[in-house]
Design a binder for this molecule. Sequence first.
Ligand code: GUN
Length: 296
Amino acid sequence: MAADLMDGKAIAEAIRAELKSEVDSLRERGVVPGLGVILVGDNPASCSYVTAKERACESIGIYSDDNRLPADTSEADLLKRVEAMNQDPQIDGILVQLPLPKHMDESKILLAIDPAKDVDGFHPMNVGKMMIGEETFFPCTPHGVVQMLMRSGVETSGKHVVVVGRSNIVGKPVANMLLQKKAGANATVTLCHTGTEDLAGFTQQADILIVASGWPNTVTESMVKPGAVVVDVGVNRVEDATKKSGYRLVGDVDFEGVSRVASKLTPVPGGVGPMTITMLLYNTVESAKARLMEEG
Ligand code: GUN
C-alpha cells in the first residue's frame, strides 16, 4: 500500500488565496501589510529562501522592504536596521534570516525585534506565550506543519506524536504546539533528539511522526508503524550528477521506503516548504490587521 501524499503546495495555495482576499480588503481600508526582510551575507540556501519569501509577499499584495547586507556588517549596524523597522509604521513584520554570521549574537538580535512585529515567532516573549498556550505569532514551520495536518483531516487529539529533532525553529515549538489543550493539538508528545537511545523504539510507537533532524535517511521504513502519518520537515542537498545544478533536494525521511508503510506522507520538495512561507504571510497579515484595529 502506497501512502497518500499530503500536498503542501496545494494546501499552501488555498491558504494564500484566503490571505490575498484579506490583503485586498486591508488595502481598501488604507492599510498595506508590510514585511521588512534582512539577510546578512550570501549563504546560498538563505538567499533562495529570502527570494522565495519576497516573491510570495508580492504575489498576494504584501509590501516587502528588502535589505541584503554584506557578511561583514557590524552587529551595531544590524541592530540599527532592526530598530528603524521597529519604529516604521509601514512595517508590520520583521524577518531577520537565520543563521547570522558568526560575529553576531543571534539571541541579542532576536531580542531587539519588537515582539508585536515578530512574525517569525522567535522572540523569547512570544516563545513563552506559545508555551503557556496564549495567542501569539507561532513560528512559521511548526505552524505550517500543524495547519497541514488539520487541513489533511489528520486527528491529533489523543494521538501519540513523536518529533525527531530539538531545534528552536522546528522541533521544540512543534512539540509545544501539539501538546496544547486545543483544537488541532491535544496530542501526547515525545521529543527525540541526538541524545535519544533507541530512536527506532520511539518512532515505531508514533501515530504521527514529525522528522526535523537535518539529516537524510534519519527515518527508514522499519522505523515506522504501519498506517502512521509522517511529516518530513528536512531539506537537504545531495549530489546528483543527472541534475543540471549537480544536486537534488531530499528530506530527512527515506521517502521510497517509508511510503510503503505510512498512510500519509509529505513529499520533499512540495510538502512543508510551501507551508512555511505561507504561515509567514499569515503572521504578517495578522499583524497588519492588529495595526488597523489600533488605528481604528
Ligand atoms: N532559517 C531557517 N528557517 C528560518 C525561518 O523560519 N526564519 C528565519 N528568520 N530564518 C530561518
